[in-house]
Design a protein. Structure first.
Length: 232
């Protein structure tokens, strides 16, 4: 289940590492987000289905079958993935709010671009697995290879430019032709190979403080830890 692997697993691991990480020099945590979880983008707002956590009814009921989705609705894989990315980005903002000042840890999320040739699409039809990377390379410009995506993650963890906490980092690579432009004249469309790193904008849904706080409390309950266990 996406909420278990993509969200709760990350949530538990990061919280259990906070005490030790607070003792490190220039400690940083980055959880990979996605434009698919941001409804203010083409990939997240126009491509069905949209991410929607609802009121976290599924979390309240323990994400148990047949209510396996965050919003309490029946499981739908594509939406579950997008919902989990909303939770990932919310988690980063909550970590920043609760622990950045206390620990000095820099918390951030990032969108590396569309890594279209991983095993994410292993259950799709063969024609889709072949056509999708081509489409992302030559139509949308959003394609990024695995090595470049890894280099981008390393940049967020190591580059002095990325020492600011609570930022959603992206790169204005090949997808800049279908992106947006900022007042300084530089393209700010997220995705694609190459380009420059920039501070991207998250949707209002990701930044919803009430849902984010509720997500945090219910996630703590789901993974079975308390603030005392975190120890910072």
């Amino acid at each position: 289940m996406y909420q278990g692997v993509n969200h709760l697993g990350h949530f538990l691991l990061v919280n259990l590492l906070l005490k030790d990480m607070s003792k490190a020099k220039d400690p940083r945590v980055c959880i990979v987000g996605s434009i698919t979880g941001n409804t203010n983008t083409v990939g997240g707002g126009l491509v069905y289905p949209q991410a929607d956590l609802g009121k976290l009814q599924g979390f309240e009921k323990g994400l148990k079958k047949p209510i396996a989705m965050a919003d309490g609705k029946p499981f739908f894989g594509a939406k579950a993935y997008k919902d989990s990315k909303v939770c990932n980005m919310m988690t980063v903002s909550e970590l920043h709010k609760r622990y950045h000042e206390k620990t000095g840890i820099v918390f951030s999320s990032m969108y590396p671009g569309c890594i279209a040739e991983t095993q994410l699409f292993r259950e799709k039809r063969p024609w889709f697995r072949k056509a999708f990377p081509w489409f992302m390379k030559y139509v949308t410009g959003g394609y990024v290879g695995e090595q470049e995506a890894g280099e981008r993650l390393a940049q967020v963890i190591d580059d002095p430019l990325c020492s600011k906490s609570d930022v959603y980092w992206s790169w204005n690579g090949g997808a800049k032709s279908v992106g947006r432009w900022s007042p300084d004249g530089k393209p700010r469309g997220a995705g694609g190979s190459g380009g420059e790193i920039f501070e991207n904008e998250q949707s209002d849904a990701v930044r919803d403080p009430v849902i984010a706080n509720k997500m945090w409390d219910l996630s703590m309950k789901a993974v079975g830890i308390t603030e005392k266990d975190i120890g910072v």
